[in-house]
Design a binder for this molecule. Structure first.
Ligand code: NAD
Ligand code: IPM
Ligand code: MN
Length: 347
């Protein structure tokens, strides 16, 4: 099976290197790899953040393992040339609409969470985030108002088919877990959210075994910190899911710990840590590679039918943490490579 390896920018190549070592140890020759440029690295080499060769590889591969994109030196480029367009383009071009972001606290990390240990210990949830629509992909631009002032605008919208398909992923995810689904929206203000809520309720007719609730996103942000243990599965739109997943990561210890899978309707997927390119620590050997290593485990489980191998990787991560290894984001001094070594040793 062919893996498209897209390391990207900043700490992306550093964390992908460790994930690759772990995959080699666990899967050996069962997987083959082709690497391609993406993000600022691709823009600098080829003038575009998502070159056609990279997109072709992503389409051809059985799964995609992605590091991170983003470079402060590119923030002044025209929007379509910025590194972030690579990940947005991959999600859209490959119809990767269902972004699963599990947040679970490894018990050894209770002290690393920003929450009190007894509150943090309860966190075990999945955010199901839609990634093909919303304000991310609506009409946007800069214009001038009639009185000559500059105005930026981004249109937020969802059509009912988009909501139906992500709602189904939310219900199915809840069915495979604790049977509870919380749909997060802003229906008290936004028409986009009113449609979202109406459609989620319509879809719930097919899932009478699932306990459905609704929550406004501002309250959800508060509840995630107050009592994250109340959530099983959260289904939400692209923008709200982006924000809530970074927040959930800190409840579960660190942004360096959270993996993700972004799936199409046939479970082909792109796998990536939820964090970015972390320019502030890039090149210093400080990055936590565990989110990417855990993303590779999700890849084995969801797209490649290798659940036993995924279990082995997750157990090795737990063992490395139990042995006391901590990167800086977890309050320790373990380097990126030494954390990879610790996972390999546990294997
Ligand atoms: P970020 O996630 O890159 O970093 C936020 C903070 O968390 C930084 O202090 C960073 O050092 C820390 N951090 C992140 N990952 C870490 C890890 N694995 N180990 C230890 N510490 C880690 O977010 P940002 O600073 O807002 O964005 C930086 C760039 O990354 C921007 O260009 C942004 O657009 C991009 N970005 C890309 C992705 C992606 O590729 N999917 C996701 C988020 C942000
Ligand atoms: C993420 C990132 C991306 C997003 C950016 C880099 C486009 O923040 O994957 O969480 O907003 O989806
Ligand atoms: Mn994000």
């Amino acid at each position: 099976m062919l893996i498209a390896l897209l390391p990207g920018d900043g700490i992306g190549p550093e964390v992908i290197r460790e994930a690759r070592r772990v995959l080699d140890a666990v899967c050996g020759d069962a997987l083959s790899y082709e690497e391609a440029l993406v993000g600022a690295a691709a823009y600098r080499a080829e003038g575009h953040p998502l070159p056609s060769a990279t997109l072709d590889l992503a389409k051809r591969a059985d799964a995609i393992l992605f590091g991170a994109v983003g470079d402060p030196g590119c923030d002044g480029l025209a929007r379509h040339l910025r590194p972030e367009q690579a990940i947005l383009g991959l999600r859209k071009e490959l119809s990767l609409f269902a972004n699963l972001r599990p947040a679970k606290l490894f018990p050894e990390l209770a002290d690393a969470s920003a929450l009190r240990p007894e509150v943090a210990r309860a966190i075990d949830l999945v955010i199901v985030r839609e990634t093909n629509g919303d304000v991310y992909f609506g009409e946007k631009g800069m214009r001038t108002t009639p009185n000559g002032r500059r105005q930026g605008y981004d249109v937020m919208s969802y059509d009912e088919d988009e909501v139906v398909r992500i709602a189904r992923v939310g219900f199915e995810t809840a069915r495979a877990r604790g049977g509870k689904l919380c749909s997060v929206d802003k229906a008290n203000v936004l028409e986009t959210s009113q449609l979202w809520r109406d459609v989620v309720i319509e879809v719930s007719a097919d899932y009478s075994d699932i306990a459905l609730s609704h929550m406004y996103v501002d309250n959800a942000a508060m509840q995630l910190v107050r009592n994250p243990g109340q959530f099983d599965v959260i289904v939400t739109g692209n923008l709200f899911g982006d924000i809530l997943s970074d927040q959930a990561s800190m409840c579960a210890g660190s942004i360096g710990m959270l993996p993700s899978a972004t799936l199409d309707a046939a479970n082909k997927g792109l796998y990536e840590p939820i964090h970015g390119s972390a320019p502030d620590i890039a090149g210093q050997g400080k990055a936590n590679p565990l989110a990417t290593i855990l993303s590779s485990a999700m890849m084995l489980r969801y797209s490649l039918g290798m659940a036993a191998e995924a279990d082995r990787i997750e157990a090795a991560v737990a063992a490395a943490l139990a042995a006391g290894h901590r990167t800086a984001d977890l309050g320790g001094g373990t380097s990126t490579g030494a954390m990879g070594d610790a996972v390999l040793a546990a294997l």
